[in-house]
Design a protein around this ligand. Sequence first.
Ligand SMILES: NC(=O)c1ccc[n+]([C@@H]2O[C@H](COP(=O)([O-])OP(=O)(O)OC[C@H]3O[C@@H](n4cnc5c(N)ncnc54)[C@H](O)[C@@H]3O)[C@@H](O)[C@H]2O)c1
Length: 330
Amino acid sequence: MNVLVTGGAGYVGSVCAQQLLAAGHKVAVIDDLSTGHRQAVPRGAVFVQADLADTRTIGQLVKDTGVAAVMHFAAAALVEKSMTDPRYYFEINVQKALQFLHLLLELEVNDFIFSSTAAVYGEPVSTPITEDHPLRPINAYGESKLMFENILHWYHRAYGLRYVALRYFNAAGADGELGEDHQPETHLIPRLLNAALDQAFEFAIYGDDYPTSDGTCIRDYVHVLDIAEAHVLALNALPVVKGAVYNVGHSEGHSVRKVLDAVAEVTGRHFPVRTAPRRVGDPAVLVASSEKIARELCWHPRHSDLKNIVRSAWAWKQQHASGYGPPAVQ
Ligand SMILES: NC(=O)c1ccc[n+]([C@@H]2O[C@H](COP(=O)([O-])OP(=O)(O)OC[C@H]3O[C@@H](n4cnc5c(N)ncnc54)[C@H](O)[C@@H]3O)[C@@H](O)[C@H]2O)c1
C-alpha cells in the first residue's frame, strides 16, 4: 500500500515510516521540518518539505504516488507551550489538520491513522486509564487533539472515513539510527540521558511529594517501536474496525526516581539531580490500560521493558550527542 506519513521527519513519525517500509509498504513523507529533521526521514521514503495546509503540493504528491492511506503525526506537541500560545496549537492541530483531511476526502483517500495522546484524559479519576475514562483535557494541546478526534468520529459517521486514533502515553526509546531530538527537550528519558552525557544539562525532578511510593510522578513509557507496530496493525485492521480509539501504553508505571536509577545503571554515570517544585497540571500517576488494543488488534508491547527503552535511547544518544545536528549539504 502507498502510505502518506505527515510528520515523518519527527521522532515517532520517522520510526513508523521505517516500520512501514520494512513491512513492504511504499511511503511518502510530508513535513515542514519545524521540529523534525531531514536526516530522520528513512531512506526509501519519498520526502517533500511542505506545510500541512499546502494543499496544492500535498494534492500533487497524493496523486503522483497513489496514496491510499494516511498516518498523521504532524502536530505541535509541547504541553507547556500550548498553555501560553494555544492559538498556535489549535491552528496546527485542528485548523490545518482539518484542511488536510478535507483534501484527502476530496481525493477519496479515506483511511486515516491519527496520533492522539493520553493528554485527552486530563486529571485521571481512575487508573489504569481505559478508553471510556472521562475526557477532560487540562491543557490546550490535549484539547486540540480531542477536538480532532471528535472531527474524525463525525466524519466517519457522515462520510465513510475509516480511522483509528491511537492515544499514546509516553513514547520513548530509539530504533537504531532513529531517535528522539526535540528542541527544547521536555521528555524525561532524553533529558536524563543529556545529563548523563554532559553535566552542563541540569536535571531537575519536578516534585517529590506526590502520593506515590517514592514521592515522584509515575508515568507509562512505551517503546517507539511498539507504537510503530500499533500503527501497522491499525492500518491493517481499518477494513474491520472502521472507526476506533485505542490507548497505546505499556500498562506499567515507573516513577521518575525509578527511571533515574535505570538511566544510572545503563549508562554507568552519575550526575547532579536537584528537586524543584511540582509543575502545574502534572498528575501523580498516568498509566494506560491497553487491554482494548490487545484484545482487538492483538497488540502486545514487545520492546517496552524500561531497561530496554533506556538502552536503545542511550545507544542512540551516544552516537548523536548533539541530536541529528545540522542537515547534510545536498
Ligand atoms: N512523543 C510522545 O511521547 C507523544 C505522546 C503522545 C502523542 N504524541 C503525538 O505523536 C505525534 C508525533 O510526536 P513526536 O514526538 O514525534 O513529535 P515531533 O515534533 O518529533 O514530530 C512532529 C513532526 O511534525 C512536523 N510538523 C509540525 N507541524 C507541521 C506542519 N504544520 N506541517 C508539516 N509538518 C509539521 C514537525 O516538523 C515534526 O517533524 C504528534 O502528533 C504528537 O502529538 C507524541
